[in-house]
Ligand binder design. Structure first.
Ligand SMILES: [Zn+2]
Length: 141
């Protein structure tokens, strides 16, 4: 399971709503113990996908490197990634499956009419053929 702190959650929601109706993307940083991850920092990244961004994203590699450096400086780790689904449910698509690595926690935010209405988290199998839902705790407001 992964828990999102209020500080990290606020960044994710703000980024998802600011990018709407395009997909946003970012990186989750925090600490982990067996079976439990806590994301205390969310880093908003630029969507570098060159086509229509309403249903695609690609994290800007420069932003990703900067986030990894920031995690190291804080003695934390990169736990996973987040992206939004504008006017779609929080599910893991076939494209998502192909574009995510195993072992990470991947949070999908459903955004409708500029508002984040739902969130779910998924992990990808080692061979990237299936995803399983991971328990996600976020501060409900
Ligand atoms: Zn997606």
């Amino acid at each position: 399971m992964i828990e999102i702190t209020p500080e990290a959650w606020a960044v994710m929601v703000q980024h998802a709503q600011a990018c709407y109706p395009n997909e946003c993307c970012g990186i989750l940083i925090g600490s982990e113990s067996p079976g439990r991850r806590q994301a205390s920092l969310a880093v908003a990244c630029r969507n570098a996908y060159s086509g229509s961004q309403s249903d695609r994203f690609e994290i800007d590699p420069k932003d990703q490197l900067a986030a990894e450096r920031q995690a190291r400086q804080l003695s934390l780790g990169v736990l996973g990634f987040f992206h939004s689904h504008p006017d779609e449910a929080a599910y893991f698509s076939q494209t998502d499956l192909k574009n995510h690595w195993p072992f990470y926690s991947n949070v999908v935010l459903s955004v409708r009419h500029h508002q984040v209405v739902d969130a779910k988290c998924f992990q990808v199998d080692v061979d990237q053929t299936a995803s399983t839902e991971e328990e996600l705790l976020w501060p409900k407001s």
